[in-house]
Design a protein around this ligand. Structure first.
Ligand code: NAD
Length: 376
């Protein structure tokens, strides 16, 4: 079977869905690979290296897609790419299925068999394909780097002849994959770190990273994790208690990093304008949920919002895109592993649509949107 990889064309999307290393592995597994010219350039991967790995370079996206059985992308394919797809072709991408209904409709209309990498289940066998985790991990790292850059003071404590520089106080809200990496990164830079989440399992994880856990630990908290390991949407009463606890804490922080998400729901509001106003001038907030509606009141997608009291709220979209080489390499490995599901035991191309992972990730097939969570 043939795989096409095209250049991402959404504004600011610097990642690419295959890197020379994964092209080599895909070819060794029996696929052929065509890469659109300059597809990897923004992530520092050159056409010559794809060629050396065995890929064919196509001049345009249309040339690459037209002959392919499978299209690998980071984001949903563009209209002209969908138009160029062979009937029944497979598409694998971060389709943003809960928010980007238009792309799903277009893929269904074309008769594409589309898989949303967001829906890969969090089972052990699928860990190597877990693109949400691979990208969230880098986003958490990058959020701290961005915060450190925007912060006019140092992260570590420093004792100098001219006096002592205080360590920054960093508060991480939402301790999933991104939050854990944010804690670890802030600790490595020498900050004093606290963190909060609604899932009880995170307490031990936070403490094992040398940070302090802050949360309302009531009965609702004890039951806040779903069987799938995600957070539930918390009651208004819980959120009010959480807000009160957090209020006193936030006023003392220098940097706040918010990462809270609930699958298929708008991001929970964790920081109010009044709480932002309670922070010291020069403080920095990074809202990683800004693309899902934001955790922080006043965060603006694609902007640095500066409040009257001099607090910067960073609403950076696509943080993994700011670490494009590594983000691409990890995502490409996720896709390589996923492509293995299209092969039978003898290595022949024969996708088993009854496979638990393919079944969970399938969103369109034979002209229709098939995923139960997406049907109107
Ligand atoms: P996510 O991106 O869905 O959400 C980020 C964090 O926000 C979560 O920890 C969530 O509990 C938290 N949150 C939600 N509402 C909140 C609120 N009101 N206040 C504070 N925090 C709130 O989460 P994720 O990073 O995808 O991880 C979710 C879980 O899945 C974690 O336990 C993670 O370890 C687990 N996981 C398991 C696997 C696997 O087993 N293969 C892979 C990846 C992640």
């Amino acid at each position: 079977a043939s795989i096409a990889v095209t250049k991402e064309r959404r504004a600011g999307e610097t990642r690419v869905a295959a890197v020379p290393e994964t092209v080599k592995k895909l070819i060794a597994a029996g696929f052929s690979v065509t890469v659109e010219a300059d597809a990897g350039l923004a992530a520092s991967y050159l056409d010559d290296d794809y060629k050396a790995a065995g890929a064919t370079i196509a001049k345009t996206a249309k040339d690459a897609v037209g002959a392919a059985d499978i299209l690998f992308k980071v984001r949903a394919p563009e209209a002209d790419e969908i138009a160029a797809l062979k009937s029944g072709a497979i598409v694998v991408a971060l389709l943003n299925p809960h928010q980007d209904k238009a792309s799903l409709d277009a893929l269904a209309k074309k008769g594409a068999t589309a898989f949303a990498m967001e829906f890969v289940p969090r089972i052990t066998r699928a860990q190597v394909m877990d693109a949400l985790s691979s990208q969230a991990n880098l986003a958490g790292y990058r959020a701290v780097i961005e915060a450190a850059e925007a912060y006019g003071k140092a992260m570590p404590m420093m004792m100098t002849a001219a006096g002592t520089v205080a360590a920054a106080k960093v508060f991480v809200m939402g301790v999933g994959v991104a939050g854990l990496q944010a804690i670890a990164t802030a600790r490595r830079l020498g900050a004093v770190v606290t963190a909060t989440d609604v899932r009880p399992a995170t307490k031990e994880q936070v403490e094992s990273l040398g940070a302090k856990f802050v949360a309302v630990e009531d009965e609702e908290f004890k039951a806040a994790e779903t069987a799938a390991g995600y957070a539930k949407e918390m009651s208004a009463a819980y959120q009010a208690k959480q807000a009160e606890l957090v209020s006193g804490h936030i006023a003392k922080q220098d940097i706040v990093i918010t990462t809270a998400l609930i699958p298929g729901r708008p991001a929970p509001r964790l920081v109010s304008a009044a709480q932002v106003a309670s922070m010291k001038p020069g403080s920095v907030i990074v809202d990683l949920a800004v693309e899902q509606g934001g955790n922080v009141e006043g965060a603006k997608l694609g902007e640095v919002a500066v409040t009257k009291n001099g607090v910067k709220i960073l609403g950076i979209p696509n943080l993994p895109g700011r670490i494009a080489a590594d983000a691409s390499a990890l995502y490409a490995r996720n896709l390589f592993a996923f492509a293995g599901l299209f092969l039978d035991k003898e290595g022949k191309f024969a996708p088993d649509y009854e496979d638990e992972i393919l079944k969970a990730a399938l969103v369109t097939q034979a002209g229709a949107i098939t995923h139960p969570a997406l049907k109107a």
